[in-house]
Design a binder for this molecule. Structure first.
Ligand code: SF4
Ligand code: FES
Length: 364
């Protein structure tokens, strides 16, 4: 069967990052600089991606600005014909570097926000002075005129700042804000006690987003990932496994999603060894949960199975211990009550210590 190509590629250029957010979506076993793909390797990946039909390239990390060759990578991607989006904390970008990225053809910038004031942002990012630096970078981004998306990652500690984050997006001239509640994989999984929002916070965030969407219609687009441990139905993670998105890790491993390595039964191919299109089409990890044939009950006979695709495979693994299970967030899952209890328990752990991301952390 010929499968449709992915629309978007997430290129995790590096796991290196000056920040150390406790919810980082990178795996707990981070890739060292020596193992990263070279400039030429990435150029080949971009050309292969464009040839197979990928349209958008999200340049991510870690912090992509930690790669000295970032401008060359953007140029290579544009020459391959890809739309380029830089996902950055802003740290490591100078006015000169941004001008060079503009000249190289960068299409869009997505700037992360750890909090709406220096005290919150610098504490969560683990980087003193980071917030002030980010505000300066935001000003340069506006002066150059890059289309901007602000990305606000929410958790129990900063969810009360949502309204202000939306205001800041407007003040910065952003066209879009992505409001994403922390997803519990990798580093965030180790910090569920410190990060899990309360049910009241989740409800209040839903209300704030609905009100802002109505008020700012036509002015600001608000993408929203709600606190799914408190929800009744799961998110359609990745728009369905291996259907619209493909991720390439810093060392060239090709993944169906950023947390796929938490599913230990999967085996991943590397772009150093196998053509990208072949991995997408025939790779065992991509075919493991593609479509709906892999589903168990209750998903198999559910009317929502082509809406949410059974939710998130990595969350099913993390909570139910089975990547083919119904996402435990779902009211129809036998693990739904357990998930509710976990959410209530973690969200009440006010004394929980936070573990910040560190580069040489070994899994524990
Ligand atoms: Fe989605 Fe499966 Fe729940 Fe149906 S049973 S709503 S397909 S997760
Ligand atoms: Fe892997 Fe949702 S994060 S499928």
């Amino acid at each position: 069967m010929q499968v449709q190509p992915p629309i978007a590629m997430l290129a995790e250029l590096t796991h290196r990052c000056p920040l150390s957010c406790p919810y980082c979506s990178n795996p707990v076993e981070l890739t060292a600089r020596e193992s990263e793909l070279s400039t030429d390797d990435w150029r080949s990946v971009f050309e292969q991606a464009a040839a197979m039909g990928v349209l958008q390239l999200h340049l991510s990390g870690g912090e992509p600005a930690s790669r000295r060759d970032l401008t060359d990578l953007v140029r290579a991607a544009r020459e391959a014909g890809l739309y380029t989006n830089l996902i950055t904390s802003g740290i490591g970008l100078t006015e000169k570097r941004l001008a060079e990225l503009d000249e190289a053809g960068l299409d869009h910038v997505q700037l992360s926000l750890q909090g709406t004031d220096a005290a919150m942002a610098d504490r969560i990012g683990g980087y003193r002075g980071g917030y002030d630096r980010k505000m300066t970078v935001a000003k340069w981004i506006g002066e150059i005129g890059f289309p901007l998306t602000l990305n606000f990652v929410m958790h129990r500690g900063n969810m009360h700042q949502l309204g202000r984050a939306i205001e800041m997006a407007q003040e910065m001239g952003a066209r879009r804000i992505e409001v994403a509640t922390v997803q519990f994989h990798g580093w965030a999984m180790q910090n569920r006690g410190a990060l899990m929002p309360t049910r009241e916070q989740a409800t209040e965030a839903n209300r704030t987003v609905a009100e802002a969407r109505a008020r700012l219609k036509g002015t600001l687009v608000i993408d929203y990932v709600p606190a799914d441990y408190h929800a009744d139905y799961p998110k359609p993670c990745m728009g369905g496994w291996a259907s619209t998105g493909i991720n390439v890790a810093p060392d060239g491993l090709v993944l169906p999603c950023h947390a796929a390595q938490t599913i230990k039964t999967l085996e991943f191919d590397n772009v150093r060894d196998r053509p990208l299109a072949d991995i997408w089409q025939n790779g065992s990890a991509f075919n493991a949960y593609r479509g709906t044939d892999w589903m168990q009950e209750p998903c198999r006979s559910c009317e929502r199975k082509t809406i949410d695709f059974g939710g998130c495979r990595c969350q099913a693994m993390a909570i139910a211990g089975d990547p083919t299970a119904t996402d435990p967030v779902c009211v129809k899952s036998p693990d739904h009550a357990k998930t509710r209890d976990l959410a209530a328990d973690f969200s009440a752990q006010d004394e929980a210590e936070m573990t910040w991301r560190v580069m040489d952390k070994t899994p524990g």
